[in-house]
Ligand binder design. Structure first.
Ligand code: HEM
Ligand code: HEM
Length: 162
């Protein structure tokens, strides 16, 4: 994989756009759950803008995650700022897990929604907890870098370093 000295502007913008999209998936999740319940009870889902936003927002997360992975391999990412080996490994595994879930969440959701597969909905419901836990760990890590280590990690995701 290529190594760079900074995240590019595109990588930074994509990081925060995806953050906003995932936030809305959780904030407005009830509309999707209600529609799914109506469907599984044999009713009609009906049209709901928030359901459309869940499907489209999730699909966008999937596409943008693939774009980000492409950028990682072509542009690269800056070398990790590690305070210890263990912390470095935890950060790498967290990033890997976040990417995996940005792909698996939309896939499981789509199989449930378009294929009517209940097992996929159950998987989606388990993955949503794992994703939330990883995001919490990721944010704690970012705050730890910012306020305890004060090593400039946070600034790398705010603007292009140069
Ligand atoms: C990153 C992308 C996504 C995230 C973070 C996400 C997150 C969530 C969350 C938090 C719920 C609420 C579950 C609950 O507590 O009741 C949910 C439900 C659901 N989502 Fe997603 N979702 C994503 C993508 C998608 C996509 C692309 C689809 C469909 C094309 C989809 C279909 C569903 C369905 C059918 C449910 C109802 C499942 C149930 O209530 O058992 N999701 N999603
Ligand atoms: C949905 C929520 C989030 C997801 C899925 C996510 C995902 C990621 C991923 C995959 C990376 C690795 C770099 C890359 O390849 O793009 C990263 C880096 C980073 N994220 Fe997040 N992030 C989220 C929210 C946040 C939040 C809320 C903060 C700040 C409080 C944050 C701060 C950072 C920082 C500072 C880096 C750079 C780490 C480094 O340079 O080693 N992220 N994020």
């Amino acid at each position: 994989m290529a190594v760079s000295t900074s995240y590019s502007r595109t990588q930074i913008v994509l990081h925060w756009v995806v953050f906003a999209l995932i936030a809305q998936q959780y904030l407005f999740k009830d509309a999707m759950s209600d529609a799914w319940q109506r469907l599984t009870e044999g009713g009609e889902a009906g049209f709901d803008l928030l359901v459309l936003a869940h499907v489209a927002g999730g699909a966008l997360v999937f596409l943008l995650a693939l774009w980000r992975l492409g950028l990682r391999s072509r542009h690269g990412v800056p070398a990790a700022i590690e305070s210890s080996r263990v912390q470095g490994v935890i950060a790498k595994l967290t990033h890997l897990g976040l990417y995996a879930l940005m792909i698996l969440m939309p896939l499981s959701g789509a199989v449930a929604w378009f294929g009517g597969v209940d097992l996929a909905a159950q998987g989606h419901n388990i993955l949503k907890i794992i994703l939330l836990a990883l995001i919490a760990l990721h944010v704690v890590g970012a705050l730890y870098h910012q306020f305890i280590l004060r090593d400039g990690t946070m600034a790398r995701m705010r603007r292009v370093q140069g």
